[in-house]
Design a protein around this ligand. Structure first.
Ligand code: ADP
Ligand code: MG
Length: 701
């Protein structure tokens, strides 16, 4: 006989599933908290239960049969004395039939469903759990944990229980420091965890569900503290690293230094905010420790010139500066601008992108490696292996949220590749036009210094925003004619539908055709992400050169494009865009003297009205032009994930704390972190390890 090997319980599969959930150590299991609870502490009378309830009942089997319509199934009728209910099993073994035979007394739990159903009517439970009736009832609620396919709750419960027993839950926060947050006395970690995994049935379920229960407060406080500690450690670790101090002799000293010469060349004066921010950066660059500074400023605030002045300082002391931008269009625009400013002053600038010809690239690489190029501008191409800097001292990352941790690390490591400067790190200036709300800055960016451009250059006319129904498209086109007659240019943006790039394209192409037909004699261009780079470049230069009157595009123009003569922006299907994105797009106009406007065209499609979130976004756009206010509302509407973008890829987002609700806990953690690190460094270390395990490294990038 050919017998197959005995089937062992597949432990390694469950183990793998646990690892997939990140549950490796005892403490990881102990910190794996229930999603919700089931109440197995009580037996409910069927007559008292409502349809849809998850209940536990006890009764006697009065009928049991296998039926074949609509498909093979085992149907068992259970009577608990108050009412009856049918238990249905679509998959069953002979052993089921035996346990579920007439006369058996059972304890059953599952979701009660009402109404009529195939082959009968009354109430039923499909695939309920069951065991013999009687037996003790548990005295705590049964936890239901977040899980993955192939990992049964029963296995997970046992694993968590074992983790809870095995983990070191001793307090890492000395008692005097935990005595209170606000008005609530603090639970200990051990108390909090034991409670959350097995709460008594009389616990206030609502406070467990909305996480306002003191046990949850303790967990959130712990998590925020871990985050603050790890960032503080990163910040202190950085202070121990070395970077070139860029206060050295100026190569262009004769005419007052490169910075002075650049300032004299600019057609405008710096705003007070720009001056302040430049001074903050200057002070950092002169120190022998690496700068990690985030420069935030609304669209159009003038971040590029700030970067140029920092670059000038760097180049003037004989070092190289690299500037990396997320898209080719943006990189090219920076390149043109910076070449225009710095080339007349004798600075050689190299240019690197993915699409450039091999010969050109070779020339550029040589310029960079020899040190002849003081400034290197480009896309991700800047961090490729082949790029060898001669003396990199300053790395500028524009639209930093578009880049990942790995890319920032790669750029930083471009310096230590070089023998002479090994062990040193370049200064890092990260720029963003998505202002970061205060609570986010305080938590996720606590390891960075932040400079803020809170003032727009003078002479900007405020942008008037209107929300207009798609039905009035003709009026919008009439308005475009008016603007064109005044010599202005127009952006028309079509949405990016992530699931379907092709629909997206059809949309933009159709709009392009319709506008071309409606505006005879006007050059109407089309720009989308799937065009070859050379073609994009050609379209962009026709628009920025003024020959093209209307530019229809997908969101490729979202970041940083600067055409001051453009005075009107139409955003089609504005209801589909995120709030920050709408604000970024709107920032493409209002850059010159002309009165500018942004028209948000919305379409209801088949829906009777706009969704709540879409409405909230459009309302915010109507009500404010202030990037910080926009950011605050966006956080309210969407939560933190979007702001952090790539920064957090690979690193844990906060699992328990909610920055919109837990500002008080965040303030507590922020104040406590330096105390703990200074007075109890070994406790601080244990705390970070407990919460972040091996993941803390990511937070340093
Ligand atoms: P962003 O902060 O969005 O990157 P840019 O650096 O592209 O903004 O600047 C927007 C426009 O404002 C550019 O045309 C730039 O030359 C101009 N600009 C920058 N600073 C000033 C200033 N102090 N006065 C007048 N115009 C300025
Ligand atoms: Mg910019």
């Amino acid at each position: 006989m050919n017998s197959s090997p005995a089937k062992l319980p597949n432990k390694s599969a469950a183990q793998k599933a646990l690892e997939k959930l990140g549950l490796r150590r005892d403490i990881d299991l102990a910190l794996h908290l229930p999603l919700r609870y089931e109440d197995e502490t009580r037996i409910v009378r069927l007559a008292d239960a409502r349809d849809g309830d998850s209940v536990q009942i006890e009764g006697q089997v009065t009928h049991s049969e296998i039926t074949f319509r609509p498909r093979r199934q085992l149907r068992v009728t259970l009577d608990d004395g108050s009412d009856t209910c049918v238990l249905r099993f679509l998959n069953f073994y002979p052993s089921h039939q035996k346990t579920l035979s007439v006369g058996a007394r059972l304890r059953v739990r599952g979701e009660l469903r009402g109404g009529s159903f195939a082959g009968g009517f009354g109430r039923e439970m499909v695939h309920p759990g069951f065991k013999p009736a009687g037996g003790a009832l548990p005295d705590a609620l049964t936890p239901v944990y977040p899980s993955v396919a192939g990992l049964a709750q029963s296995y997970l419960r046992r694993a968590v229980l074992a983790g809870l027993a095995g983990a070191d839950l001793s307090d890492t926060i000395p008692a005097p420091l935990t005595s209170k947050i606000g008005s609530q006395p603090m639970w200990s970690l051990r108390e909090a965890l034991q409670f959350l995994h097995h709460p008594r049935p009389d616990a206030a379920l609502a406070t467990l569900e909305d996480h306002s229960h003191p046990a949850w407060q303790r967990l959130k406080a712990e998590e925020l503290l871990a985050q603050q500690l790890s960032q503080l450690q990163a910040r202190r670790g950085r202070a121990a690293m070395r970077a070139p101090a860029l206060g050295g002799p100026a190569l262009h000293g004769a005419q007052g230094g490169l910075q002075q010469q650049l300032l004299a060349l600019l057609p405008f004066r710096l705003t007070a905010a720009q001056q302040r921010v430049c001074a903050e950066i200057e002070a950092d660059l002169k120190k022998p420790i690496p700068m990690h500074r985030l420069l935030q400023g609304d669209v159009g605030a003038g971040k590029t010139v700030v970067a140029a002045l920092a670059a000038a300082r760097c180049i003037d002391t004989g070092w190289q500066c690299a500037l990396m931008a997320p898209t080719e269009i943006l990189a090219e625009q920076h390149f043109r601008k910076l070449v225009g400013w710095l080339e007349p002053l004798g600075v050689t600038t190299a240019w690197l992108t993915g699409s450039q010809k091999a010969r050109e690239r070779r020339e550029m690489l040589a310029l960079i490696e020899s040190g002849a190029a003081g400034l290197v501008v480009g896309t991700h191409a800047v961090i490729q292996d082949k790029v060898k800097f001669n003396r990199l001292a300053l790395a500028v990352i524009d639209e930093q949220h578009r880049f990942g941790v790995a890319q920032r690390l790669a750029l930083r490591s471009k310096m230590s590749e070089n023998g002479e400067e090994s062990g040193q790190e370049p200064h890092l200036l990260m720029m963003t036009a998505t202002p970061i709300p205060r609570t986010l800055a305080m938590s996720y960016y606590a390891d960075l210094d932040v400079s803020t451009l809170d003032e727009l250059p003078p002479g900007r006319t405020p942008i008037v925003t209107r929300v207009v129904s798609e039905a009035r498209r003709d009026e919008v086109i009439a308005r475009i004619r008016g603007q064109l007659a005044e010599g202005r240019q127009i952006y028309w943006v079509c949405p990016l539908i992530e699931e379907s790039e092709s629909i997206d394209l059809v949309n933009a192409t159709e709009t392009h055709q319709a506008l071309s037909a409606a505006l005879p004699g006007v050059m109407v261009g089309l720009l989308h992400s799937r065009m070859p780079p050379a073609e994009k470049k050609a379209v962009m230069s026709l628009f920025s050169g003024g020959q093209m009157g209307v530019l229809v595009s997908t969101t490729v123009i979202e970041v940083g494009v600067d055409v001051p003569n453009a005075s009107l922006m139409v955003i089609e299907h504005a209801e589909r865009f995120g709030l920050s994105q709408l604000h970024q797009l709107r920032g493409r106009v209002g850059r010159g003297q002309a009165a500018s406007a942004c028209v948000l065209l919305y379409s209801l499609g088949d829906a009777p009205r706009l969704g709540e979130m879409a409405k909230a976004r459009l309302k915010a756009m109507l009500e404010t032009n202030d990037g910080f206010e926009i950011a605050r509302r966006d956080l309210e509407i969407r939560g933190p994930g979007e702001f952090l973008g790539a920064r957090q890829s690979g690193a844990p987002l906060l699992r328990f704390a909610d920055l919109a609700l837990d500002a008080e806990l965040l303030a507590w953690a922020r104040a406590l972190a330096p105390l703990l690190l200074d007075q109890h460094p070994e406790l601080a270390q244990r705390h970070v390890l407990r919460w972040l395990g091996g993941k803390a490294e990511y937070l340093r990038a």
